[in-house]
Structures are given as C-alpha cells and as structure tokens.
Design a protein around this ligand. Structure first.
Ligand SMILES: O=C(O)C(=O)C[C@]1(C(=O)O)C=C[C@@H](O)C=C1
Length: 99
C-alpha cells in the first residue's frame, strides 16, 4: 500500500482476517476463564448440597435457585434465565460429573 491508498479488497480481507484471529484468541482466553469459573462454581455448589443432605435436607433449594435465576435475568434478560438454568443443572450434577 502507498500514500493514502486504502488497499485492495484482498488487503482489506487479510487485515480483517488478522483482526478476527486476534479477537478469537481473546475469546478463547475468556472462555477458558468462564469454564474454570463454572467448574469452581460446581465444586462449591456440590459442597453446599452435601452439607444440606448430611443435615437431612434435600439436594435442591428451590427458593435459592429463584434468586440465582433472577440475578442472571437482571443482567442478561430471558437468555440470562436460560443460562442460569443450564448452570444450575451443571452445578447439581456435582463436581464428579462431566469433567
Ligand atoms: O445455594 C444452595 O443452597 C445450593 O445448593 C447451590 C445451588 C447452586 O448451584 O446455585 C445448587 C442447588 C440448589 O438447588 C440451589 C442452588
């Protein structure tokens, strides 16, 4: 490229591809963090469930689940509710499942 030439379509395409690749690297790092957080959450959740079960309670705490879903919904709307439902399902599986 020279002067104020903005480049050919191919050059734009290459630049766009490079920018996408860099950002995909960032997304991969973010997904690594999200997955590590979900695993950690599942472990802590399993601890709570074990404590409750040994104290004679049940695995599920429905009112608490509503609080969790509400928090996700407040930030992300109805998709947040769906995400919370999936995360709760994963958390109920216990830390031994789906490693
Ligand atoms: O907070 C609790 O009491 C939990 O057991 C944790 C948790 C959760 O993963 O958020 C899991 C199961 C319950 O039904 C409610 C919430």
């Amino acid at each position: 490229m020279s002067g104020d030439d903005e480049g050919t379509g191919v050059e734009h395409d290459l630049r766009a591809q490079k920018e996408i690749i860099v950002r995909r690297g960032t997304i991969d790092l973010l997904d690594d963090e999200i997955l590590a957080l979900i695993r950690r959450r599942r472990e802590v959740s399993a601890e709570i469930q074990a404590i409750r079960i040994s104290a004679g309670g049940s695995r599920i705490a429905t009112r608490r689940e509503h609080v969790v879903v509400s928090r996700y919904t407040a930030v992300l709307g109805s998709r947040g509710a769906e995400l919370a439902a999936v995360i709760l399902r994963i958390s109920r599986q216990g830390s031994g499942a789906a490693r």
